[in-house]
Write a protein that binds this ligand. Sequence first.
Ligand SMILES: *[C@@H]1O[C@H](CO)[C@@H](O)[C@H](O)[C@H]1NC(C)=O
Ligand SMILES: *[C@@H]1O[C@H](CO)[C@@H](O)[C@H](O)[C@H]1NC(C)=O
Ligand SMILES: *[C@@H]1O[C@H](CO)[C@@H](O)[C@H](O)[C@H]1NC(C)=O
Ligand SMILES: *[C@@H]1O[C@H](CO)[C@@H](O)[C@H](O)[C@H]1NC(C)=O
Length: 385
Amino acid sequence: MRLAVFFFLATILATCNADCHIFQEGQIYLLRPRSGAAGHRLEGVDCLSWRLAVETNNLQNWGSLPESCEEYIGHYMLGKQYRHDCELVADVEIKYAKSLKLAGDGKDIWIFDIDETTLSNMPYYARSDVLFGALPYNDTKFNEWVAEGKAPAVPGALRLYRTLLSLGFKIVFLSGTKEQFREVRIANLKAVGYHTWEKLILKEDADKGLTALAYKSKRRTELVNAGYRILGNSGDQWSDILGNNTGSRTFKIPDPMAIPYNSTKFNEWVAEAKAPAVPGALRLYRTLLSLGFKIVFLSGTKEQFREVRIANLKAVGYHTWEKLILKEDADKGLTALAYKSKRRTELVNAGYRILGNSGDQWSDILGNNTGSRTFKIPDPMYYIG
Ligand SMILES: *[C@@H]1O[C@H](CO)[C@@H](O)[C@H](O)[C@H]1NC(C)=O
Ligand SMILES: *[C@@H]1O[C@H](CO)[C@@H](O)[C@H](O)[C@H]1NC(C)=O
Ligand SMILES: *[C@@H]1O[C@H](CO)[C@@H](O)[C@H](O)[C@H]1NC(C)=O
Ligand SMILES: *[C@@H]1O[C@H](CO)[C@@H](O)[C@H](O)[C@H]1NC(C)=O
């Protein structure tokens, strides 16, 4: 299945160079439920139902796309249906905007989210190393794509934007993109035709740690306190259009693709310190101790979780160790491979001999000073580079 998708996407990308519009005609696949010859339901996720549940916010915090739906979502996003769905929302937005009577004091604003609302990351999502979010989210990779500043406009969005301007609205872009990307975002917006705006609000360091919902609510509240009237608010994520001061009317732009990996959620789980031992690991650990080995735990977990990690390790039977190395602030920005290599090199420089090295990620056991012998622990769930 994945191979088929890969070839499908490769074909699209190979025939689509920089100046070709990504939303081509002709990539149309029927949006029918999974049904057998006589209309009987097939086992498994019905991808159309799944998409509807996502768009209506009935399904929340779903993490990543069901693997069986990656092909369906790919066809949906690259085919006609996504464009039609977006254009219809734009029609409704324009009809609503035209029905309003503006005060004319420059305080009537329309808020746009950026990604998948104003600018489309489709060329990124359609890549064979992203697969519409069915593959694990890679922050570095996504940021590299953002830095290229090559995102096209979302279908219908430019039409809405121009109409709003002609009606006298002021435009506010409110995005979760970090401040550091301001220049490339501006270049990208201008390149596709968004030439003017009242404000372009990006995420500052002070907003770090806020959920998308809290961040957007906070910024909108600041706008309202500054005397702006939010008459319309368009976003592809429910967190764009829920919360405080959402505006007189909100519009949900279609987007059934995977949202980024939720580190808050994973960290909450780590903080619970309830992870059981991996099968076989405790037996190996005890045997190594009895043979006289010293144990070094080397993990990508952040230092702030030291206490909960220790509690968790002890709770399941790992009582002693030579070192428990966690990721420090100074290691931020290093890939897992570079971080682990650096730490192992420090151990070797301190005179330790690494005789064995066990990890579930290839980045645990590749790089420098990997040890006399490495062991790959099974883990088909995720990949850390
Ligand atoms: C909405 O405003 C209330 C009152 O100021 C505040 O307690 C709440 O946290 C806000 N909600 C969000 C999502 O920011
Ligand atoms: C991430 O997880 C936290 C904690 O479970 C949750 O409150 C938050 O809504 C999640 N964020 C997203 C974008 O799903
Ligand atoms: C391995 O060591 C070499 C030489 O010090 C260094 O250039 C390289 O970046 C290291 N590789 C990793 C993955 O840390
Ligand atoms: C994430 O993307 C960066 C940049 O493209 C790449 O170097 C790295 O290997 C990727 N990591 C994973 C886990 O794929």
